[in-house]
Each structure stands twice: as C-alpha cells, then as structure tokens.
Design a protein. Structure first.
Length: 291
C-alpha cells in the first residue's frame, strides 16, 4: 500500500511539473534572441555590479548593418555580419583582456522569451539564461593587435518541441569561437586593429535540435566535406574497384578474346607466334621468297 501511494505521489508531481513546463513561453521559429554581455572594467577586466550587488549585463555593441545589438534567430542558420563602428580606447583594452583570456567575453542568452501573460496569484516569471562565451582569438603587439574576426556560433535547443520543422522550442546551450586565429595572410579573416578602427565581425550560426552532437552508430558524423566519409567507406570502395577489375579482366581474357581470335585471322601476328595455315612466322611479317 505504501509503495502504491509513493508511486501515485511521484506521478502527480511529474504531471504537475509537465503542466507547468508547458505553460512557460517557448521560442517560435525565427524568433529574435538578443545577446547580453557582462559589463567589465576596461582598467582591471573585473565585472561591474549594480546597486543590488548583482552582475551588470549590457547589450552587445551595436552593429552597423542593422543599427541594433547582435541577436540570433531561433532555428535559423545563417551567415551574419556585425561591424562595430569604432574601437575606442576603453574597448581596445577590453579586447586585450578577451584575447589574453584574462577576462573572457562572457555573454548570455535567455532560455525562453519573455512571458506576455501573467496568471493571477502566481509569482512573476523570472527568466533563466544560458551562458555564451565568445572565445575571441588573436595576437597582441606593442602598437596594435591581430584579431580573428570570423566566429562559429553553435546553438543547442531541447528536443521535445521538434516534431515539425518550424516548431517551438527552448534554448539549451551555446558556444562561440574564432576560426584560424594564427593566419595573418591577406584575404583571411584575421584583421589588424588599432584604436579608432572599425571591427568587422562575421558569424556562422548553426543550430542543433538536441543538446548532443549528431552521431551515427556511435561515431560523430561530419557533413562539412560533402557527406559521411570514413575509413570503412574508403576500404569498401577500394575492394569493390579491385573486384570489378578482376572480374572484367577474367571475362576479357577467358571469353571475349578467344572468341575474337577464332572469328578473324591474324596472319603472322598470332599470340602463339605460329601464324595461320603456315603463313607468317609469328612476328607480324613474312620472309621474302628466295629466287
């Protein structure tokens, strides 16, 4: 009897949690997700607190392309540019902290969108946030810096609302990192930067429908090279090619070639070197008759 009561209580608790979770807001496909970053001191790199001794969060700097702060869109994979118009002295020193990793570029994304309807008698909805650290890479010089301006942004959502292509969902985790930080060649994404320059950032944004990376039979499946390619695929391709070559060669030498030799005379140029009907010496030419 006691076991039955415990199971009933557990079932009711699960049902209540599920119902509460379903009443919370979710992102719809294409919904805007603004980026907020930790406000830091340009002198020490330490975070700044508000009057309530809480970490102060500020919007990501404005982008020239949109006139708005950086934001992502739920479920949309795209290439996005964000040019910060001018790097002043305080922001330049912050970039030095970011590149040295003394103080990371720590940002956050709201797990869910803001709630538009409040239920009477319930506590106001307090949003929770998913951390997003931009691993900005580069090298520092005495008078300038080289900074890798292209970044990959990977965003994960929870799996329960992805039965349809444009369904709603909740943000689970996120990360961002610079690519090719050691390449300083012309035409690369590495930019030489001094105080007063604009900072052209570009983001390759990709979404995953679950917290896990895509896998096939326990192995990570990469699609960046145009499809799934593994050692087993290469091995089977080589074996198939060799088997086909052997079968083709056997058919030609054993069946096709003897049939053709029987069908037409080759004179002195026979494979066995004896000629046909006593004509020729087997090397493709005949001896001159002696008078």
């Amino acid at each position: 009897m006691l076991l039955f009561v415990l199971q009933l209580v557990a079932f009711l608790a699960t049902a209540v949690c599920a119902k509460f979770d379903n009443t919370l807001p979710s992102y719809h496909y294409g919904a805007s997700i603004p980026v907020e970053c930790m406000n830091r001191s340009s002198e020490t790199g330490e975070h700044i607190e508000n009057a309530a001794h809480e970490i102060q969060w500020i919007p990501f700097p404005l982008c020239n392309e949109t006139g708005r702060s950086l934001e992502f869109h739920y479920g949309i994979e795209e290439e996005q540019n964000c040019t910060i118009p001018m790097i002043d002295d305080p922001f330049f020193h912050l970039l030095e902290f970011y590149i040295h990793s003394d103080a990371p570029l720590s940002c956050r994304l709201a797990e869910r969108p803001p709630r538009h309807v409040e239920t009477v008698g319930e506590k106001p909805y307090v949003p929770e946030y998913v951390p997003l650290v931009f691993a900005l890479a580069g090298t520092l010089q005495l008078s300038h810096m080289h900074i890798s301006t292209h970044m990959n942004v990977l965003l994960h959502s929870t799996p329960k609302h992805h039965r349809q292509l444009h369904d709603s969902g909740v943000l689970d985790s996120a990360t961002a990192y610079s690519t090719s930080p050691l390449t300083h060649m012309e035409g690369s994404f590495t930019r030489k930067l001094i105080i007063g320059d604009p900072l052209p950032l570009s983001f390759s944004i990709r979404w995953f429908p679950t917290p896990a990376l895509p896998k096939t039979e326990g192995h990570v499946e990469w699609q960046g090279m145009g499809g799934h390619l593994s050692a087993s695929t290469v091995f089977y391709s080589l074996v198939s090619f060799m088997a086909g070559a052997v079968v083709t060669g056997a058919y030609f030498m054993g069946i096709l070639l003897p049939k053709r030799l029987k069908a037409r005379g080759l004179g002195g140029a026979t494979p066995l070197g004896y000629g046909l009907n006593g004509v020729g010496n087997g090397w493709g030419y005949q001896k001159r008759a002696v008078d």
